[in-house]
Design a protein around this ligand. Structure first.
Ligand code: PMP
Length: 360
């Protein structure tokens, strides 16, 4: 029988919904298709060749059977990639899933999540999803984390992001080291963009029993649509994150694709990262020559302060280029974030930006 249910919103029955969810709205970036999409920091050079071949040749059982409950093959491949034992790794449906699970694992509703601001916008949402009070703390003047204020919060979880989204800036590793050493609770270091940076903080795992580093296959590895992310932490923490994550979160095709990319296409990924770093430097130089003041970036995107960012992004979209606007970021103001891609895309973006600036 076919039931006709239309899209009209209905009044929600009183008492049915969780009161703390009233402050949460659905994630809704403008994802309308656009000729050149520079809005989501994915790999604009495409899919690793080994993954394309795998997706065309996967056996039916990858679809009909359940995946491995905790993605053991993938944990081994990630362990080999980073030089850690698989017991240190937790996988998830994107690093979003791992971040959310980590918050749930180490907090009770009503507690606090402290993090530098501005940072990854979803972190506030993950806090609220888990009944936590978000505590954004301004960066210091040079985009380093305010260690005194973060530690002083005594939050059960402190979230750090380096390179930071949306600024692209990195934290001073001495600050990360101090926070990981002195925090009373767990410290999450989100390294979603680590592959594009000059260095990372993985080695701090050997010095801290409370550090959880999260990474993703969505950025440098070009697999955002397959949703694979992971964390690395001491095994006793990893076990708790896995409990809160639950089984079967990485689907079979995604697990196989991620394993294939990690084992067969690391050279391809490294070459694309080199391309991205080159485009990034050229894009920043071009922006500076036009009088913009882009932030120094260690990620695959560049943040550009610009008045009326929302209007600018609409005008860029009309010219076939999508960027991500942010309005009134703390201490920075209005900005657009431009994902770095092949130089031909950057040229089109710059041309569109020139046009938008000249018609103001
Ligand atoms: N962390 C940061 C800093 C991000 O920018 C993103 C994606 N925008 C994520 C985590 C989540 O990525 P994914 O869920 O695709 O792994």
């Amino acid at each position: 029988m076919n039931v006709e249910l239309n899209a009209e919103p209905r009044a929600v029955t009183r008492g049915l919904v969780r009161a703390s969810y009233e402050a949460i709205s659905l994630y809704s970036p403008n994802r309308a298709p656009c000729r050149i999409d520079l809005s989501d920091n994915t790999n604009l050079w495409g899919v690793p060749p080994s993954v394309r071949a795998l997706l065309h040749s996967s056996a039916d059982s990858a679809v009909t059977r359940y995946p491995r409950a905790y993605a053991d093959d993938l944990k081994r491949a990630i362990g080999a990639y980073l030089g850690v034992a698989p017991e240190w790794v937790v996988t998830g449906c994107g690093s979003d899933d791992v971040l959310d699970s980590t918050l749930r694992a180490f907090t009770e509703p009503g507690e606090t999540l402290a993090y530098p601001d501005p940072s990854f916008a979803m972190v506030e949402t993950f806090a609220r999803m888990n009944g936590l009070a978000p505590l954004p703390i301004p960066f210091t003047g040079d985009f380093d984390a305010d260690a005194d204020a973060l530690l002083g919060s005594r939050a059960p979880v402190i979230y750090l992001c380096s390179p930071n989204n949306p600024t692209g800036t990195i934290l001073d590793r001495r600050t990360v080291e101090r926070i990981a050493r002195e925090a009373s609770g767990v410290v999450i270091l989100d390294e979603a963009y680590a592959e594009f940076a000059d260095g990372d903080c993985l080695d701090l795992l050997s010095k801290s029993d409370r550090l959880v580093i999260t990474r993703t296959m969505s950025k440098a590895f070009g697999l955002a649509g397959l949703r694979v992310g992971y964390s690395v932490s001491a095994p006793n923490l990893a076990k708790e994150i896995e409990k809160s994550r639950g089984p079967y979160k990485v689907n079979s095709l995604a697990e196989r694709a991620a394993v294939t990319a990690l084992t067969e296409d690391r050279a391809w990924v490294a070459a694309r990262v080199a391309d991205a770093r080159e485009s990034r430097a050229r894009l920043i130089a071009e922006l500076v020559s036009r009088g913009f003041t882009p932030l120094s970036s260690q990620a695959n995107f560049v943040l550009v302060p610009i008045p009326r960012a929302e209007l600018v992004s609409v005008c860029l979209r009309e010219r076939g280029v999508a960027v991500r606007p942010f309005v009134a970021l703390r201490d920075i103001g209005d900005v657009i974030r431009i994902t770095v891609g092949p130089w031909s895309m950057m040229e089109e973006c710059l041309t569109a930006l020139d046009e938008v600036q000249s018609c103001e």
